[in-house]
Design a protein around this ligand. Structure first.
Ligand code: NI
Length: 194
């Protein structure tokens, strides 16, 4: 089966607000789900996202990708995240957690930025594409990226979490929000190392 770039579903389609279904070990090993994973990776990379969840390609299954390459053009302030394939992911908030407002974008909301409260110290549990359990601590902006993807699998978008007045177009963010946010993002990365 060849790898394909899939259409990314944008705001207005109900699948973005659906809670995705967990996958069984048998389903994870199936050619269908392995192909979906490859297609999600291809689609995320072509769109320069920081992640992509299966809901965003019209499949309400608990599969999501996170990956930030060095110098990502959409999110130049995000530290790199190695390719992570998460199946049935969930997270817990760590004892040392603090909450920060993070300005985020989303491939399913093409011209929107919004400030979303995110936990800065979490433990993520998921199965990798081979069905192996992984438990990883994530902090700072990287923790926010993982929460964003897990939100998608629960049918939650950034606009569902944001204060209404923080929702802007991408142009307005560039004009009046970007400088202050990138300064704040730099402080978060310096503090948490990710
Ligand atoms: Ni998104």
């Amino acid at each position: 089966m060849s790898v394909a770039e899939l259409e990314i579903i944008t705001l207005g389609e109900s699948v973005l607000h659906e809670s995705a279904r967990e996958l069984t070990a048998e389903e994870i090993a199936s050619p269908e789900i392995q192909a979906l994973i490859d297609d999600l990776i291809e689609t995320k990379r072509a769109a320069h996202g920081a992640g992509l969840a299966a809901n965003q390609v019209g499949r309400a299954r608990r599969v999501a990708i996170a990956e930030v390459e060095e110098g990502n053009p959409r999110y130049p302030y995000k530290p790199p995240i190695p390719l992570t394939v998460m199946i049935n992911p969930a997270f817990e908030v760590n004892d040392d957690d603090e909450v920060e407002l993070i300005n985020e974008g989303c491939l399913s909301l093409p011209n929107v930025r919004a400030e979303v409260p995110r936990h800065m110290s979490i433990t993520v549990r998921y199965l990798d594409r081979h069905g192996q359990e992984r438990v990883e601590r994530k902090r700072g902006l990287t923790a926010g990226t993982f929460q964003h993807e897990i939100d998608h699998l629960n049918g939650t978008l950034i606009t569902d979490r944001a204060e209404a007045e923080s929702v802007t177009t991408w142009e307005e963010y560039e004009r009046s929000g970007r400088e202050a946010f990138e300064r704040r993002a730099g402080e978060i990365v310096a503090r948490y190392g990710e």
